[in-house]
Design a protein around this ligand. Structure first.
Ligand code: KG4
Ligand code: ZN
Length: 327
């Protein structure tokens, strides 16, 4: 018997609802809040208020695309955290309301685990699978071992996340929020002519705070006109430096832990240089390498739904007492 799963994602500034029939995505609607751009970053209270307005509209679009009605749903998966507390509360309470009304079980999903499980939408990576998850809030290396839900985090950022570094550096360069895609765009027109020192962090951990301060001081030597003129070369050099920091640790972890397959996940995995270099690394090491489709890189409810599907199979349910975790 096939299960119909409704999935809700509201951890940050994207309101998303997906509908899955087992592993098949029938709908994955994402409404990105553009309002935050003018403030140079996500304003938490504004984000939760927008989720309240958007959620019903996005749900109706998803039901329409999937050509089903709410009463057909077998389970409701939702993001429990980590994320912005107010944003999480909107999605969690919406899911609880649906659960009461439809008398269907709840499935609580960890957002970071879901970024990794996004690979299981289209593929079945061989285990152990080593995943480099790079988003606006997190940067970590995770080993998925005995089954898709068995995760061991082996390294993480000690301060800023990779996406945060992209966004904050983009702001220094006068680019809009979120800056990662803009740096990526300008980088493609430039050359990596500037060299920056690499943070020396032990084990599989990362750090981007010192790197960001270095770039801030470096850019301060340029006039506003020079920054404009040099934008492609600056973006290309910065992007290469961030990607090299990520690739070095990824390479070290692959060499040491010898996983059967590897992949990248999270918003920064949409980055063109990272995708290219990870694929090259996989080819060189002759290891199966999984790069997610663009729609499954940044926040989306399909990844919550696929995680919900595996949790449903293992009878791992949430309940009306489930509370969010912000970190
Ligand atoms: O996974 P995500 O949508 O949200 C979080 O869970 O944080 O990731 C958002 C992050 C932002 O920092 C954004 O700038 C970054 O992903 N991002 C990129 C690219 N596309 C999105 N960073 C670099 N290059 C890109 N092409
Ligand atoms: Zn995310």
């Amino acid at each position: 018997m096939a299960f119909l799963i409704l999935a809700i994602e509201t951890s940050c500034d994207d309101t998303s609802v997906a509908i899955l029939c087992d592993k098949v995505i029938l709908a994955n609607v994402v409404s990105s809040q553009l309002d935050h751009s003018q403030y140079g970053g996500v304003v938490p209270e504004l984000a939760s208020r927008k989720h309240l307005v958007n959620l019903q509209i996005v749900l109706e679009q998803a039901l329409y695309q999937a050509q089903i009605s709410l009463i057909d749903i077998d389970a409701i998966a939702f993001t429990q955290g980590p994320g912005l507390l107010g944003s999480l509360l909107v999605g969690i309470n919406y899911a609880k309301g649906l659960s009461i009304a439809l008398q269907k079980p709840l499935i609580a999903v960890n957002h970071m685990e879901a970024h990794i499980l996004a690979h299981w939408i289209d593929y079945t990576p061989e285990l152990p699978f080593l995943c480099l998850t790079v988003s606006g809030g997190h940067t970590c290396l995770t080993l998925v071992q005995k089954n898709p839900l068995n995760h061991q985090v082996i390294g993480r950022t000690l301060d800023d996340a990779a996406g945060e570094a992209f966004d904050k550096i983009a702001k220094l360069l006068g680019l809009p929020y979120p800056g990662g895609p803009f740096i990526d765009k300008y980088a493609q027109q430039g050359q990596p002519i500037y060299n920056f020192p690499k943070p020396q962090i032990p084990n599989y951990d990362f750090s981007f705070s010192g790197f960001k301060t270095y770039i801030k001081n470096f850019v301060n030597n340029f006039s506003a006109e020079q920054v404009q003129q040099e934008l492609p070369n600056l973006c290309c050099s910065i992007q290469n430096a961030i990607v090299n920091i990520l690739i070095d640790k990824f390479f070290k972890a692959i060499q040491d832990l010898k996983p059967k397959s590897v992949g990248i996940a999270g918003g920064v995995s949409a980055n063109s240089t990272l995708r290219k270099k990870v694929q090259e690394l996989g080819n060189t090491l002759q290891i199966p390498t999984y790069i997610p489709k663009f729609e499954y890189c940044t926040d989306n409810a399909a990844m919550i739904g696929i995680t919900g599907y595996y949790k449903l199979l293992s009878q791992n349910f949430g309940d009306l007492g489930t509370v969010p975790y912000a970190r």
